[in-house]
Write a protein that binds this ligand. Structure first.
Ligand SMILES: Nc1nc2c(c(=O)[nH]1)N[C@@H](CN(C=O)c1ccc(C(=O)N[C@@H](CCC(=O)O)C(=O)O)cc1)CN2
Length: 297
């Protein structure tokens, strides 16, 4: 019988722990830790995610500072806002919702965030820390994936893991985290030859290709643990729509455990954003000698 790994329940537990940390930090900081949430433009999905992030901040006692900017915002204006937030002592975390409008260089913007406030973990300093196993802020979705895996796996040593997808946000960082646990990791992508044979050998499958139903039942080894990161809105033949993951969920009854879509990885992304904000606030108390540099560059 395949276990369904419940991301909603785990996210609730993680957020409860964050709420406890936040109330202790508020005493030490003299105010609740603050997360600046920057949304440029009006992408409907981003509006939903940002709304949810702000609501969840409130629930755990974090202050959220919203910056909603029009789609016409110039790159220089956005960089100037980031520079202000970097030096604002009331801001402990900065989140710039992606995607940004096409005229703005997202890489430039993410690199401008002070690494110590980079609660998304996308800054090269944090990427470097992750790849060298020296701390830093870890991207939220990969962090959430590891917590989901930890509910069913206690020892990763020697396990074969396959990651499908090579994005900077999910594929590459989750591969680093699995390597850190001493799994044997193969990073693949949509162009990988013989993908089904590679997946068939894996004890752990992290599917983050953004290709609905890509991973078929016969690709999956008996007893494998599957994390489905894909969330694609598809239209059914009757015209209604539904969210579909990268894994053909109904075909993997022989897996040991699988995350559902929705209700798996997605809720953990937001829970880990809150816990990263608490972590950034705690690091700020260590002063400039803390492990993550407080300035960008
Ligand atoms: N700055 C960032 N931008 C984006 C990130 C990110 O981590 N940082 N990730 C995604 C969007 N995202 C958070 O921002 C996100 C996506 C999905 C979910 C989620 O809870 N999904 C639900 C289903 C959602 C629905 O019903 O529509 C689920 O999987 O159960 C949360 C956050 C891109 N941008």
């Amino acid at each position: 019988m395949t276990a369904i790994i419940d991301g909603i329940a785990l996210a609730r537990r993680v957020s409860q722990e964050t709420a406890d940390t936040v109330s202790a930090l508020a005493v030490r900081l003299g105010q609740a830790p603050g997360l600046a949430v920057v949304l440029v433009g009006n992408d409907p999905a981003s509006e939903v995610y940002v709304g949810r992030k702000i609501r969840e901040c409130r629930k755990v006692g974090l202050r959220s500072i919203e910056h909603r900017l029009p789609a016409s915002t110039r790159e220089a204006e956005l960089l100037s806002l980031i520079a202000d937030l970097n030096v604002d002592p009331g801001v402990h975390g900065i989140l710039v919702q992606l995607p940004l409008p096409p005229h703005i260089d997202a890489g430039l913007v993410l690199d401008a965030i002070a690494p110590g406030k980079d609660v998304d973990g996308f800054h090269p300093v944090n990427v470097g820390r992750l790849s060298t196993g020296t701390g830093g802020l870890v991207p939220c979705t990969p962090l959430g994936i590891m917590m989901l895996l930890d509910t069913v796996i206690s020892d990763y040593r020697g396990l074969d893991a396959v990651v499908i997808g090579k994005s900077n946000i999910v594929g590459k960082p989750v591969a680093m985290l699995l390597l850190e646990r001493e799994a044997t990791v193969t990073v693949t992508h949509i162009e990988t030859r013989g993908l089904s044979e590679i997946v068939r050998k894996a004890d752990i499958v992290v599917a983050a290709a953004g290709s609905p139903g890509l991973v078929k039942g016969f690709w999956v080894k008996e007893g494998a643990v599957i994390i489905d990161v894909g969330i694609t809105r598809v239209t059914r033949p009757d015209g209604t729509s539904a969210l579909k993951g990268d894994v053909a969920f109904d075909e993997v009854q022989h897996a040991r455990a699988v995350t559902p879509v929705p209700g798996g990885v997605g809720p953990m992304t937001i829970a880990c954003l809150l816990s990263n904000t608490a972590k950034a606030a705690a690091l700020s108390l260590e002063g400039p000698g803390g492990r993550i540099a407080s300035s960008a560059g």
